[in-house]
Ligand binder design. Structure first.
Ligand code: 4AD
Ligand code: MG
Length: 489
């Protein structure tokens, strides 16, 4: 099967699979060796001119046979498009035709030539084909049109489908865009710990990390870390310590929540981006959050155009308009009190009650952004009772300087606040939340030594991807979803 390694005349002795080395005249020297690299299909399709020799490596999407030749569609995941390849019956490797089936992996050498067929500019006229790995009739991606639910059961193969290839390429580019956004603004990237002893959000939704057997609560001091420890729900507290030294920082890492909510927008493991700014108040925080979401929409339009085109065709017809709208138009801002007023007087029937002092539920958030304002909305100044200990008390003594950015189709994509920088008030908040100041001594210390007003937020990366692709379930924008009852793959 390994044709290219075998003795096949002209390619000997320098021909090797992958990085092909062949003898040639180079700069006038006889028998110099030229390295011919594998070409990604993305680059082959974007070529400005025909090429005498390219080598592609990928998986067969489809095969059509005619008399004396076959058409193969080869995809290597580098872009949405596949490269049409014409394989004549005489070429080395054609004897493996019966194995050149959907899902099989191949290496093909050939000429990149203008395609006479419609729909593609270039095609590959194969001169050699090597079957690398066979794929039998059990390969589940034979046909198009599988449901998202089915594709979740084959999460190890779904990246080979057009839609999931597009989702995960977009996810990768946006991760890059996140770093670019903050690095261009002089934010320092901080790697906050994944294992922590503190419950930042105070919601008790944490996964315990332990090496104890039996009753793990009996003697936490005998545990690996000498105390109860957990997977982090947020890098914020540690992020604050770095902001109070390096001024502007951000984190971008995995985050864990043991909330037992089986919804389309909650995962037990997700990625969060958390900027934190020293010498910044809530207004500055809202400005950054809004600019960030806008910049990501703009980036997706500019740098993920082909994949966004696929989402617009098959997932969300209004995607282009929405992304442009978000990138270009200002977001609305309302206080929590105003939002409650809108929701109680709008006449819409909600499943959950709306009342000052209660949390806004997803249906309320979505009503505000989708129905009432018809654009992204930032809700700020929430009642102190429903928010965590670290948020700064406003002068009214009732509300805290919190903010949530809500977007159509998702609801909350960002949650943030100005932090309580006043020592006395922070200690009082810890007591109110039944937290022991000695457990947070290092966090409290920031308020003793050069305390400054500071603010930040957390953006759920998967929710951002959902928003920018139109994909409506969080399980489909993370490679391997961890949700209640499911940690497969
Ligand atoms: O609003 P949250 O809980 O805020 C915090 O964790 C703050 N410590 C952030 C900060 O100020 N530095 O979470 C922030 C965002 C939410 O708006 C949401 O987008 C996302 O994280 N998120 C989740 N995403 C997926 N699955 C979950 N279970 C999520 N929980 C929160
Ligand atoms: Mg929140």
């Amino acid at each position: 099967m390994r044709l290219f390694g075998a003795n096949i005349g002209f390619w000997q002795p320098w021909f090797k699979i992958g990085n092909v080395i062949r003898e040639a005249k180079l700069h006038g020297k006889e028998n110099a060796k030229i390295l011919i690299m594998r070409t990604l299909i993305k680059h082959a399709l974007a070529s400005a001119e025909p090429k005498d020799l390219v080598i592609i490596k990928g998986w067969i999407r489809t095969r059509r046979d005619s008399k004396g030749f076959s058409f193969l569609e080869i995809n290597d995941g580098s872009c949405l498009g596949s490269l049409q390849t014409v394989v004549n019956s005489g070429i080395p490797g054609y004897d493996q035709l019966h194995h050149l089936t959907t899902g099989a992996s191949v290496i093909i050498k050939g000429k990149l030539v203008a395609s006479p067929g419609s729909g593609q500019k270039w095609e590959l006229a194969a001169t050699e084909i090597e079957l690398v790995g066979t794929s039998d009739a059990a390969y589940p991606l034979q046909k198009k049109g599988h449901t998202m639910e089915f594709l979740r059961t084959i999460a190890h193969l779904r990246p080979r489908s057009n839609l999931f290839g597009a989702i995960f390429r977009t996810r990768s580019r946006l991760a890059y865009a996140v770093h670019q956004f903050f690095q261009e603004r002089d934010f320092v990237y901080v790697h906050t710990p994944i294992i922590t002893a503190s419950d930042c959000e105070g919601a008790g939704e944490m996964f315990r990390v332990t090496t104890l057997k039996g009753n793990i609560d009996e003697k936490p001091e005998a545990d690996f870390f000498g105390r109860r420890s957990y997977l982090t729900v947020s890098g914020q507290l540690e992020g604050e310590t770095f902001a109070c030294a390096l001024s502007n920082i951000y984190t971008f890492g995995p985050t864990f929540r043991a909330e037992n909510s089986n919804t389309a927008r909650h995962a037990a493991e997700f990625w969060m981006i958390e900027p934190e700014m020293a010498f910044c108040d809530l207004a500055g925080d809202m400005d950054l959050g809004e600019q960030f979401v806008k910049a990501m929409a703009q980036y997706a339009l500019e740098h993920c155009a082909e994949d966004v085109g696929l989402f617009a065709k098959f997932v969300d017809k209004g995607l282009h308009d929405r992304l442009r709208f978000v990138a270009e138009r200002p977001f609305q801002r309302v206080t929590y009190t105003e939002a409650v007023g809108i929701l109680t007087s709008c006449g819409h029937k909600f499943e959950f009650p709306v009342q000052y002092g209660l949390n806004l539920q997803s249906e309320h958030e979505r009503y505000l952004t989708e129905e009432h304002f018809k654009c992204p909305v930032t809700v700020y100044n929430y009642p102190r009772e429903i928010k965590p200990f670290y948020m700064r008390l406003n002068d009214d003594g009732k509300t805290v300087a919190a903010m949530d950015v809500l977007v159509p189709g998702i609801g909350e994509v960002i949650g943030g606040s100005q932090r309580e920088e006043r020592l006395e008030l922070l200690n009082e908040n810890l007591r109110r939340h039944n937290l022991r100041p000695e457990d947070y001594w290092w966090y409290v210390d920031l308020r003793r030594f050069g305390s400054v007003p500071h603010a930040g937020f957390g953006l759920g990366f998967e929710r951002l991807i959902m928003f920018l692709t139109g994909v409506s379930n969080i399980r489909d924008v993370i490679p391997f979803a961890r949700t209640p009852g499911s940690a497969d793959f």
